[in-house]
Design a protein around this ligand. Structure first.
Ligand SMILES: NC(=O)c1ccc[n+]([C@@H]2O[C@H](COP(=O)([O-])OP(=O)(O)OC[C@H]3O[C@@H](n4cnc5c(N)ncnc54)[C@H](O)[C@@H]3O)[C@@H](O)[C@H]2O)c1
Ligand SMILES: CC(C)=CCC/C(C)=C/C=C/C(C)=C/C=C/C(C)=C/C=C/C=C(C)/C=C/C=C(C)/C=C/C=C(\C)CCC=C(C)C
Length: 585
């Protein structure tokens, strides 16, 4: 019978708590490591170090009295990339994670032989070419390489009016498929996606570092003037406006809305053109690649790499305050009262949590008021993890699906559209033999789940999840319900609690129609020594997006603590101009 347990409860059991050190890393090959079974592999050594860190036996005891170069609050991909990039530049970093394993919404949990990804299984940036393979590069920076499985089809869209579009890995196949559905819009299709390629190629030609660091930024303008000007031109623009220049067919425009919605939780008119171009092209350029062993392996590898480079990560370390001295961030206080000090503090909590909870100031800084004027918390989501008998899926089933059955007007409504990933199509090792994982999620807001008794809450999870499963059974997989052997449902409250995200939010979304990415804050904050990283920083939601925010943050922090070149005069000028530009949005 279905189990209704918190999906994250698994990681609290002592045996599973050690799982990432023993099992996931066995699928992670540090660069140059000996094959397994030849001596004591480096992976094993790294794993032991992580185990020690998890147990609180890291290199420097409890760390009280020490002063780090940077303390990172939170070990989401944004926080881990910032931490590992800094460690690779020679900084001494301490990562403090409230939960028991790394990864945040890119974590994992195991149950009854199934390895579930907590969040998305659609991985961009994991190829071996170009400059935008930021996940591959982040791992390489700490000496790791993960084996990946190429996904032959990015997403299979099942849309109103029985419109079915499969996004093939090969761009030409995708265009052929789309043109076959909208032959009268062939030219518009080529022009819209062609514009995306122009932007993507510009992005991919740059060496990606902090856009808040003038020596780098001006250097890039000098080396790649056309590409930088192209990006500057599209920075304040949105995908929906560009699409409307070339395309008239309303259904095709709605398809582009759905394309944008799955990466930004808003329609195309609200999705920055640069972000849309990034995902609509990288899926064909580098392709979508799934890490063998599950998405959770990325965070475990980064945490391993961090420890291996002489820095630290501590779990069950709940930061309650950023300590300010004369208006400067100098350290953090934990819920157990311990204080830890550093030259800089980097928060991977959302900006709402950072400035709503961790930083105790009388008034919200202007910069944050501006952020909250432009962005609201996107709804949270309802997630359903299923273990099913393989017989439920027809042969050749694609890995990722997006389902919106009846009306385009439901696209952005709570429970309106359904995201579905079946990672076992690519990596069968995630489930017992002859079984699959179905990870289903749909947007839902926290208000809908508050104020219920325990019994009503559990009942509601069961009712809402069953309705979503019924819809999938009707649209895609007849007999699905009878094939379920394991079911776990997470509500917005689950996500708020276990991901430590305000209202369980999926990320920031524009309050109205944004000026592209112009209003999105970078990593510095109005508090000296305090930086933010993650999806409430430029360029927003997405694992690869937060990885970029981590790279940018590490570069800016490294310059500020003297590990990279800087010019204080140019810094003041550029940061002032960027602050002013944000107020124009
Ligand atoms: N929002 C979601 O639920 C969700 C789902 C799927 C994928 N994703 C992807 O992941 C991205 C988010 O990555 P991210 O790097 O911004 O961060 P994240 O939210 O994934 O991770 C933040 C980490 O910080 C920890 N944390 C927060 N407050 C803390 C505190 N006070 N003390 C100690 N630890 C604390 C959390 O436990 C969590 O592990 C999203 O943009 C999205 O693409 C998100
Ligand atoms: C500095 C100024 C003002 C001007 C200078 C001009 C200049 C040089 C600008 C440079 C800009 C740069 C470098 C911008 C870089 C932008 C990048 C790298 C953006 C990346 C965006 C990535 C995104 C948005 C990725 C999103 C991915 C997501 C959300 C994936 C998840 C998918 C799902 C949740 C869907 C699951 C789907 C199914 C169907 C199951």
């Amino acid at each position: 019978m279905p189990l209704l347990l918190s999906p994250h409860a698994a990681a609290r059991s002592p045996s599973l708590r050690h799982a990432p050190c023993v099992l996931l890393p066995s699928r992670v090959r540090p660069l140059g490591a000996k094959p397994r079974g030849v001596g004591k592999g480096r992976a094993a050594v790294v794993s032991e170090k992580l185990a020690a860190a998890v147990e609180g036996e890291g290199r420097s005891g409890d760390g009280e009295g020490e002063r780090y170069d940077a303390i990172v609050v939170g070990s989401g991909i944004g926080g881990l990339v910032a931490a590992t990039q800094l460690a690779a530049k020679g900084a001494r970093v301490l990562v403090l994670e409230k939960y028991v394993i790394p990864g945040g919404s890119s974590g994992y949990y195991r149950r009854d032989g199934f390895t579930f990804d907590v969040g998305s299984s659609v991985m961009f940036g994991f190829s071996d070419k170009g400059n935008l393979n930021l996940i591959t590069r982040a791992l390489e920076a700490v000496g790791c390489k993960m084996e990946v499985i190429p996904d032959p089809s990015t997403v299979h869209f099942h849309l109103p009016g029985d419109l079915s579009v499969l996004v093939h890995r090969e761009y030409d196949d995708f265009v052929k498929e789309l043109v076959s559905k909208f032959p009268h819009e062939k030219e518009g299709i080529l022009k819209f996606y062609g514009t995306c390629w122009k932007i993507f190629n510009s992005l991919n030609s740059l060496e990606l570092k902090s856009l808040e660091e003038p020596l780098y930024l001006f250097g890039q303008f000098f080396k790649k003037p056309l590409e930088c000007l192209t990006l500057a031109y599209y920075l304040p623009q949105n995908a929906g406006d560009i699409a409307r220049k070339f395309i008239k067919d309303q259904q095709l425009l709605s398809f582009i809305d759905a394309e944008c919605f799955i990466v930004s939780t808003v329609n195309a008119l609200q999705t920055p053109m640069i972000n849309a171009s990034m995902v609509l092209c990288d899926r064909h350029f580098g392709g979508i690649n799934y890490p063998v062993g599950g998405v959770g392996g990325i965070a475990v590898s980064l945490a391993n790499g961090l420890v291996n480079m002489g820095s630290e990560i501590r779990y069950k370390a709940n930061v309650t305050n950023v300590i300010l001295e004369s208006g400067k961030a100098v350290g953090v206080r934990l819920s157990n009262g311990k204080e830890l000090f550093a030259r800089t503090v980097i928060s991977n909590a959302t900006r709402w949590d950072t400035f709503g909870k961790l930083v105790k100031v009388k008034e919200l800084p202007e910069e944050e008021k501006n952020f909250q004027k432009n962005y609201v918390k996107a709804p949270s989501f309802l997630s359903i993890h299923l273990g099913v008998k393989a017989s439920a899926l027809p042969a050749g089933t694609d890995c990722h699906h997006f389902v919106l059955e009846d009306s385009w007007s439901n696209l952005e409504k709570p429970y309106g559209s359904i995201f579905l990933s079946i990672p076992t199509v690519l990596d069968p090792s995630l489930a017992p033999d002859r079984h699959h994982i179905l990870h289903i999620f749909t947007t839902a807001s926290i208000e809908d789940w508050e104020g219920l008794s325990r019994k009503d809450y559990e009942q509601k999870k069961e009712v809402v999840a069953n309705e979503i499963i019924r819809r999938l059974e009707k649209k895609l997989f007849p007999g699905l319900e009878d094939s379920i052997i394991l079911k776990e449902v997470g509500s917005p409250k689950t996500h708020r609690r276990f991901l430590a995200r305000s209202d369980g939010t999926y990320g920031p979304m524009p309050r109205g129609k944004p000026k592209g990415l112009l209003a999105m804050p970078f990593n510095t904050t109005s508090i000296e020594g305090l930086y933010c990283v993650g999806d409430s920083c430029f360029p927003g939601q997405g694992v690869i997006a937060v990885a970029f925010s981590g790279v940018m943050c590490a570069h800016r922090v490294a310059a500020d603590i003297g590990l990279e070149q800087r010019s204080p005069v140019l810094d003041t000028g550029l940061l002032g101009v960027l602050r002013w530009l944000r107020t124009l949005a």
